[in-house]
Design a binder for this molecule. Sequence first.
Ligand code: FES
Ligand SMILES: [Fe+2]
Length: 465
Amino acid sequence: MATISRMASGKPDASAILSKGAYYILDRCASHSEVYPVVCEAFYSGVEKLAGEESAKHVRRDGLAMLHKHFPTEKVLLLEEYVRSALKETLLDWSFRVGSEDLGLSHPFYVDHLIVIRIHYPFDVARKAKTAERPDAARADFWDHAVSAIRNPRIILNQASRAIRRPRKNSSYDPDQFHGALAKPARSHGAHIDTWYGHSFDGINLWWSIDGVNVDNTVILYPDMFARPVDFDPKSMYLSKGQQVSEPHQVDLKPGELLLFNPEMLHSTQVNVSETTRVALTTRINPHEPKFNDEAPFNFEHWHNSRDIEHRKYKALDVFPAGKHRGEPSYLSRPRYESATTKTISVNHPSSEGPACAIGDLTPGVKVAVDFPDAKVILWRDANNEIKAYSRLCPHVGVDLVDGWHDADHVHCPGHGLKFAWEDGHSNCASFKLRAYGVELRDGGVFLFKRPQGASAGAEAAASV
Ligand code: FES
Ligand SMILES: [Fe+2]
């Protein structure tokens, strides 16, 4: 299930992507040599327009991965919109060519109207953004749709009937609450499945690395979650609490490499703990007529038909009203994922007034989450029988580490991929470390005590059995 293939030649298998969650990395996709330079040029000219010639000169010299050195964080959203708008037709053509030449799809197949440009600065740079200038993308989209509606009046009919039939459900959707005070350019997607957001079932994401993506700023895939039931939180539309996840796969891609994957596989954005800017873009293909989860708070119902793109009719749009085009994914479901190496314990007393658990509750290799009325803690007994205890809410935006995958050395946050060392709670980002508790073993129990702020989580944080 869900194996990765790097392909220097040959073709990826579209049906394996849809039914098995297979995913592929193409080192040179269709039309690469024509389109890739145009894409890079669009970024450079956007930088020049928004930040001046000098900035553009430096970005050309150092590469887009160094964008954060030469282009203000506050203007990143404007640059994304500039590039999206400049490349719309180019990327429709490119998606069509990937669909027909790399994936071997025949007419008609569909390319989503939505194109997303993804610029992620290193977290420690992005978090300092004071403001984020926002483009008026809604107005651009309105005019796009208005032009398309002249050719296809069903677009207007659908908008009208949607407004009458189903004013937006799930009004609890509130991503700002999930991200807290984080500046917009520093936000990353939590773990999700695209159909939760009203994307179509059976789609194929084209995720193009423009200037290289490494394991510390990438997209995270959870292959073993594919085709399993996964719960989401309607407020954030990300993974719900209490849903454990399988091993994350952090994909590294060279400049120009293309990742093809099924967005019904759980995936998220790695908080950028690298020293480079991640520049990527995504489009989406549906090999057949799109069908939807009509319960989503919105749906992506506007698609370009492969025949229209081939004939350069870029303004032509097909509409697939979610109410009529309802569906289910076409894969065979598998059982829910449960971690065999995670245990949870609840106690009624505060953390300072009694044991977290019995010593015998801790087994090497098994992480144990203890809920006190006043604290959430994670305990770990390593191969040398040392016991460690940490506060278990991730210091990034507070996702519970108990649901994350772990190995002998680290626990991985199921939010955005930070990984914390069992040894001392440090992570792969200097800004984030888990708060360690002191541990004392007596009368068969594991007792915790708070340690002074800033004390190291060395031997004194642990106790040996
Ligand atoms: S990495 Fe974002 S909450 Fe943990
Ligand atoms: Fe997604």
